[in-house]
Design a protein around this ligand. Structure first.
Ligand code: BG6
Length: 463
C-alpha cells in the first residue's frame, strides 16, 4: 500500500442489489489477488447483523458461480457492519467510531441517487470526509440540470479529484483495448479521420428484456440507461485525439474536448422503440412511453470528424446479445473490378462483448481466372473473459486514487447536453417484436446501400 491508498472501504447500501451482483464478486477477486488489505465496512438501514451480511456475501458469490473459499474467509474476517437510518446523525457517528484511526476511507454510494445528498452531508457533518474519496454510480443524474445539481452536491464536500464516477464500461478490458489499439499502432492515425472514414456505428444489442427491473427501467429508458453513458463513452474513446503526455489528466482533457465537440443530437434523427410486451412487465405502467430501443445519428464538429456520421443504437429483446463498433472506410476512388454494391469498402470491427475481437474487413481475389473478389477479415481475437472484472478493476483504481477510468464532472455534463434532445422527444416509442432490430425507422436512419452492420455470432472460438 502507498500513502495515497485508501485504508478502509465503506459501502453504503451493502444489503442492496448492486452490492449483491457486482460489488461482492469484485471484493472477492480483490482479496484473492491481495489487493484489499483493509477493513470493509458495510452500512445499511437497521435490522441486519454482521452474521447476516456475511451470509449474504456467501449467497452472492455462490449465485454468481465462482466461490474462492479462502478469499471468502479472508473477506468475511475483514467485514464490519454499521446499521442505521441514513437520515440519522448517529449512524455516521457510529461509522466514525468503526473507522477508528483510518485517515483515507473510500465511501461507495451504492444507494439510490435520491440518497446521495443525505449521505454526503451526513458524512461531512460527522467529520468523516477529510482525506476521503467517494464512488458514485451511473446514471449520474437524469438530465443536464440534475447532473449539475449532483455535481454541486458532491463538490460542496469533496473536491473533484476525490470523486470517482463509475461507468462500468470503462472498466472493461475490451473497451480499454479500443484506446490501446488506436494509440499503440501507427497505421491507424493517417486514416482515422474524415478523409478515410465513411461512418461509425455502435450497436449495443441485448437479447434479454428488462429482467425484473421494470420499475428501474421506467425511470430511465434506453437513452438514460446506456446511450448517455456507455455508448457516448465508446464514441469518445474511438474519436478523441491522443493525449500529448502520459497521464490521466491529459487523457481526460482530450476526452472532454471531444465531448464538447459533439453536436446535440438532432431530434429528427432519433428513433425510439419499445418491445412488444414491455407494458406487461412487473413495475411497468400499462401506458408506458419509455423506450427499450433507441437509435440516433451523432455528429462531431472537429476538423478530424466533421461530416462523418456516427450511428448509435441500443436495445433490449434484439436478435442477439453483442456490443460492436463498426468503422466503415470510404470505398476506393474508382471501381476497377466488378463488385457487389458496398462490397469494396474496408472496415474495422471491434466486438466488445461478449467476445473480444478486433477485425479488419478486406477484399481479396477469389482463386481462379476472373478478377472476382470476396471479403476476408484479418482478425485479432482475445480470450472472451475479462482478466479482471470491470468492478474489480474500478474499485482497485478508486482505492489507489487513479482517476483514469472514471468519468469527469464536465464530461458527464457535456454528455447530458448531447442526449438532451433525445430525452425531450415526446413522440411515443414505436413497438417492435422481440427478436428484431427495432422499429423499421431505425433502418431508414442510415441511407445508402450499406445500412446497419448487424453483429453476427463469432465464427471461431477465442484463442
Ligand atoms: C447497465 C445497464 O449499465 O449495463 C443495463 O443498466 C445493461 O441495462 C448493462 O444491461 C449491460 O452491461 P454489461 O456489462 O452486462 O454488458
Amino acid at each position: 500500500m502507498s500513502g495515497s491508498d485508501c485504508d478502509a472501504l465503506v459501502i453504503f447500501g451493502v444489503t442492496g442489489d448492486l452490492s449483491y451482483k457486482k460489488i461482492f464478486p469484485a471484493l472477492q477477486a480483490l482479496v484473492a489477488r491481495g489487493n484489499l488489505p483493509i477493513p470493509v465496512i458495510g452500512v445499511a438501514r437497521g435490522g441486519w447483523t454482521l452474521a447476516r451480511l456475511r451470509a449474504r456475501v456467501g449467497d452472492s458469490l455462490t449465485e454468481t458461480g465462482d466461490v474462492d473459499t479462502s478469499a471468502v474467509d479472508r473477506l468475511s474476517a475483514q467485514l464490519h457492519y454499521v446499521g442505521g437510518d441514513y437520515n440519522d446523525e448517529s449512524t455516521y457517528l457510529r461509522l466514525k467510531q468503526a473507522l477508528s484511526d483510518r485517515v483515507r476511507p473510500l465511501f461507495y454510494l451504492a444507494v439510490a441517487p435520491g440518497m446521495f445528498e443525505t449521505v454526503v452531508n451526513g458524512l461531512a457533518k460527522a467529520g468523516c470526509v477529510a482525506g476521503a474519496r467517494v464512488v458514485v454510480e451511473k446514471p449520474f443524474g437524469r438530465d443536464l440540470a440534475s447532473a449539475r445539481t449532483l455535481n454541486r452536491t458532491l463538490h460542496a464536500v469533496f473536491d473533484e479529484q476525490s470523486v470517482f464516477r463509475i461507468d462500468h464500461y470503462l472498466g472493461k478490458e475490451a473497451v480499454q483495448n479500443l484506446l490501446y489499439f488506436r494509440f499503440a499502432n501507427s497505421f491507424l492515425e493517417p486514416i482515422w479521420n474524415r478523409h478515410y472514414v465513411d461512418s461509425i456505428q455502435v450497436t449495443m444489442a441485448e437479447a434479454f428484456g428488462v429482467q425484473g427491473r421494470g420499475r428501474f427501467y421506467e425511470e430511465v429508458g434506453t437513452a438514460r440507461d446506456v446511450v448517455q453513458n456507455h455508448l457516448l463513452q465508446l464514441v469518445a474513446l474511438l474519436t478523441m485525439d491522443a493525449p500529448a503526455v502520459r497521464d490521466a489528466s491529459a487523457a481526460r482533457a482530450e476526452k472532454l474536448r471531444l465531448f464538447r465537440a459533439m453536436r446535440p443530437i438532432d431530434p429528427l434523427s432519433v428513433v425510439r422503440g419499445q418491445f412488444e410486451g414491455y407494458r406487461d412487465e412487473a413495475g411497468v405502467s400499462a401506458n408506458s412511453s419509455v423506450e427499450t430501443f433507441a437509435a440516433c445519428r451523432l455528429n462531431i464538429d472537429t476538423w478530424r470528424w466533421s461530416g462523418v456520421p456516427i450511428y448509435l443504437r441500443a436495445g433490449k429483446r434484439l436478435p442477439m446479445t453483442a456490443t460492436e463498433v463498426f468503422v466503415r472506410l470510404k470505398p476506393t476512388p474508382l471501381a476497377i473490378f466488378d463488385e457487389p454494391a458496398g462490397g469494396l469498402s474496408n472496415y474495422f470491427r471491434f466486438r466488445l462483448s461478449p467476445e473480444v475481437v478486433i477485425a479488419t474487413g478486406t477484399r481479396v481475389k477469389q482463386p481462379g481466372d476472373g478478377m472476382v473478389g470476396e471479403s476476408a477479415e484479418l482478425v485479432a481475437r482475445h480470450a472472451s473473459g475479462d482478466a479482471n472484472l470491470p468492478y474489480e478493476r474500478l474499485l482497485r483504481d478508486a482505492l489507489r486514487g487513479d482517476p483514469a477510468l472514471f468519468t469527469q464532472d464536465e464530461s458527464v455534463e457535456a454528455a447530458w447536453r448531447v442526449v438532451q434532445p433525445m430525452l425531450d422527444a415526446d413522440a411515443p416509442p414505436v413497438e417492435y417484436p422481440s427478436g428484431t432490430w427495432g422499429p423499421p425507422a431505425a433502418r431508414a436512419l442510415i441511407g445508402g446501400s450499406n445500412g446497419w452492420h448487424n453483429p453476427a455470432p463469432e465464427t471461431s472460438a477465442p484463442c
